[in-house]
Design a protein around this ligand. Structure first.
Ligand code: ADP
Ligand code: MG
Length: 380
């Protein structure tokens, strides 16, 4: 490969058909912790592996880092192959252009903040010497707001500051790719929210490619360019946060991201651009195209609609309109700016959002309307 081609690809990552089993006994399919995972991270992008505990996020990340050897597949970084089971190539972790930020920060308590930060400059792939080390480390500490604390012991930092130090230290290794495994999960909710913005800003400022792992869907939506939703070692969907939220392809993704209503479908038929779904609640028009539809009529599946796309209206003597379903309020929670309500319509429970002033109470008779433009039909 020419050096120009290498430069253009610098920081990009491709993972192709990655499989990993921790089980040495052959022939057990269920033993794959990661089972045929492929994705690409363009240079400078932030990609998040999202999924519940045990779905294979850490295993994937560790294979990319070279801390685990995949059973099969191929991984490239900056256009260079770092792992390929077909040619038995496996570049050592220390020779891959990466840095890792672990969940526990990996800060050394017996060192100062500055010495912690300088470590990759003294010992890493791009070793430097003497005064330059201190100067460079201080520059990056300054950028993450830790320069005034450079001479303190690392243990004197708060949780959030330790997280920033771990980030600064990782960046000082001058990686092309930063690997982060649930780096915020040890912090309290408020701090987590603040640091996720900071982390994202630092990542963009430094122009480093990021592979991030979390089980927290809000974190994934807030931080990522690309979200990879995983389930039992396989990928359910890859997309931008908006694509994943608005156009989930499976009920698993819809359920995992945000809170979706999934109404079981008895029979669905396609009519032009929309799917009309027969449900226990009634006939629902699904105008949102979440999947390619090649069929005319089928059984099963789900109507998927977000709470914010369901309108709930108290009905007086007039009863419900043609576009509404009759329902009863089961619970109503006042949240200041809005009400979150659960209504029951023909034994189906639906989460919905109502105006703060709607004054809904349990037992109230309401009319429920699904917004057809944002209601989708999912086959599985
Ligand atoms: P996640 O990070 O999404 O929680 P992991 O990648 O840690 O998931 O784990 C995926 C699967 O692999 C789980 O079933 C887990 O029990 C298994 N696993 C992970 N690490 C090991 C290991 N070192 N030895 C055996 N099984 C493991
Ligand atoms: Mg994990």
């Amino acid at each position: 490969m020419s050096s120009a081609a290498t430069d253009a690809a610098k920081g990009s990552v491709t993972v192709s058909n990655l499989r990993k089993t921790y089980d040495r006994s052959p022939g057990k399919d269920s033993a794959y912790a990661v089972d045929g995972v492929s994705f690409e991270i363009p240079r400078g992008s932030f990609l998040t592996l999202l999924g519940p505990s045990g779905c294979g996020k850490t295993t994937t990340l560790r294979c990319v880092a070279g801390l685990e050897q995949a059973s099969s597949g191929r991984i490239t970084m900056g256009g260079q192959v770092v792992f390929d089971s077909a040619t038995k190539k496996a570049v050592r972790t220390e020779d891959r252009p990466i840095a890792m930020v672990p969940q526990s920060y990996g800060i050394w308590p017996h060192m100062t903040v500055l010495d912690n930060a300088s470590f990759p400059l003294r010992h890493g792939r791009n070793r430097q010497r003497g005064k330059d080390v201190r100067k460079r480390a201080l520059e990056v500490l300054e950028q993450v707001g830790l320069a005034p604390m450079a001479d303190r012991w690392a243990t004197q930092l708060s949780g959030g500051q330790q997280q920033r130090l771990a980030f600064a230290r990782a960046l000082l290794g001058d990686p092309e790719v930063l690997l982060l495994d649930e780096p915020l999960s040890n912090l309290d909710a408020k701090l987590r929210e603040r640091l996720r913005h900071e982390l994202r800003e630092f990542q963009q400022e430094f122009g480093v490619t990021a592979l991030y792992v979390t089980h927290d869907q809000a974190e994934a939506l807030a931080m990522s360019d690309i979200v990879v939703v995983m389930n039992h070692g396989v990928i359910e969907q890859i997309g931008t946060p908006a694509e994943i939220y608005d156009f989930p392809r499976t009920s698993y993704v819809a359920d995992f991201i945000g809170s979706a209503n999934l109404v079981p479908v008895l029979e669905a038929s396609r009519s032009g651009d929309v799917v009309v779904a027969g449900t226990p609640v009634g006939r629902v028009t699904c105008g949102r195209r979440t999947q390619a539809t090649t069929w005319e009529r089928r059984e099963g599946g789900f109507v998927c609609v977000r709470p914010e796309n369901i309108e709930v209206r108290p009905v007086g003597n007039g009863g419900v309109t043609e576009s509404e379903f009759p329902a009863t309020v089961e619970s109503a929670e006042f949240l200041g700016d809005r009400m979150e309500v659960v209504v029951a319509a023909a034994d189906v429970r639906l989460k919905a959002v109502a105006r703060a002033g709607a004054g809904l109470r349990p037992g109230d008779a309401v009319g429920v309307r699904f917004d057809p433009a944002t209601t989708g039909y999912l086959t599985s």
